[in-house]
Design a protein around this ligand. Structure first.
Ligand code: FES
Length: 105
């Protein structure tokens, strides 16, 4: 399986699907540009902001309180924005596409 990260300029990064990991960790491990994960997944830095493809958003679980707080401070927030460190990868995400916001390039 795969999870595909798409940069704002349409560059694709196809990563190996890893259930139990997080979207942030997989992006960092694959050197996907713009995903820094500065706080190590503590939901405190916002450098793992991602925009999930519409049709996959329902598979990413619910936005937690701390995540909601971080996202609410992000002007670039989109309807399907998530913090990658707060999204645990499950089997339901096999083949998912995730977009990277422009400002984070
Ligand atoms: Fe810092 Fe996600 S890695 S908020």
């Amino acid at each position: 399986g795969k999870i595909i990260f798409i940069e704002h300029d349409d560059t694709e990064h196809v990563t190996e699907f890893r259930a139990g990991s997080t979207l942030m960790q997989v992006a960092v491990d694959n050197a996907v540009p713009g995903i820094d994960g500065d706080c190590g997944g503590e939901c405190a830095c916002g450098t793992c902001h991602m925009i999930v493809a519409d049709e996959w958003f329902g598979n990413t679980g619910t936005v937690g309180d701390a995540e909601e707080q971080m996202l609410s401070m992000t002007p670039e927030r989109a309807r399907t924005s998530r913090l990658g460190c707060q999204v645990e990868i499950t089997e339901a995400m096999d083949g998912m596409t995730v977009h990277l916001p422009e400002f984070q390039m």
